[in-house]
Design a protein around this ligand. Sequence first.
Ligand SMILES: *Cc1c(COP(=O)(O)O)cnc(C)c1O
Length: 389
Amino acid sequence: MHTKDTGLATRCVHAGELNDTNGSPHTPIYTTTTFKFDSTADLLDVVEGRKAGSLYTRYGLNPTIRALEEKLASLEGAEAAWAFSSGMAAESALFLTHGRKGIVCIGDAYGGTMELLASQLPELGIPTYFLLGSELDGLKTFLQQGAGLVFLETPTNPTLEVLDIAAISDIAHEYGALLAVDNTFASPMNQNPLEQGADFVIHSATKYLGGHSDLTAGALMGSTHLLTPVWPWRKNLGTAIAPEIASLLMRSIRSLTVRVERQNTTAQALAEAMAQHPKVARVLYPGLPGFPGHSVARKQMKGYGGMLTIELKGGYEDAVRTVDRLKLFAIAPSLGGVESLATMPVTTTHHGLPPAERARRGISDSMIRLSAGLEDAADLIADLEQALS
Ligand SMILES: *Cc1c(COP(=O)(O)O)cnc(C)c1O
């Protein structure tokens, strides 16, 4: 049976793993930077692309990296995947390959993505445009001006806004543009953007795919013809993943489905408990029936994810006091690990934005973003309740 025909949990365990001659059920770590050949003719077969083979680790032509990439592609039902040293490395290579005619970013995006799009890429003469999720009418104008790549995250950080991938991909494709979706928040367990019409999926594998807050990595998935031109950019920017990290990431992906299933359940329980709390004004979580993005989330997501944001009735000081009193939740940015984390967007991810821009994006001073870990939901709820009291 080919792993392509199996369920996600089976693919997480088995896809891509090398058939090791010593009988290891897992792919060994090839730390070598170079690989030898029996003859010049054999070497030229690989160098000139007639045969797949290992050559040089920075090129990604290393058995451990290739095995990981096969697993990554299978997670999103993609033809191909490239593994990178970080999520930002994956985004940079994508933008430099396919974004040169202009990139439209819809909705909120990760801080590093925003900085790259707003500051660095324009320095290279790459036009970049920004729209809120509520300003989709403006998308056509930018596409008519020649933008060739549309980029979005869904659900977004930190307001968990849900953007309609299928609807946006239709608009992009009508104008000959490509759609890239950063699927980090949902993870392949909860959402597969390629099925909804996206051309690329990006993951910061640092988050749910890694899952233990102990590695930094990134992934880009898509069709072979679109990923092939990205390869020389990764090669010569020197941003391929290291074999040691590739192995650690494969180790983590094997347990992705059980982790995320638990994180989905816990986040739903936290959201429901916080929605009842007298000190909480609003809970932003796609799994709550009253949440504005709920119906689109039901259509395009298989689960609602492990991330939620609570907005307190009080102000900034109340939120700081609450976060500082948490005992189980750690005060830290990042997400997707086995340990629960709490962060105030205004102090971390969106600290650099002017207050008026934060307000325009619906980000308030009393918001606390929570990443559900693998602790008991009852303990996490008790921790939030004591911190709020
Ligand atoms: C963390 C993150 C990134 C950047 O990933 P790194 O691995 O830190 O480079 C990109 N997008 C999202 C949504 C993220 O959460």
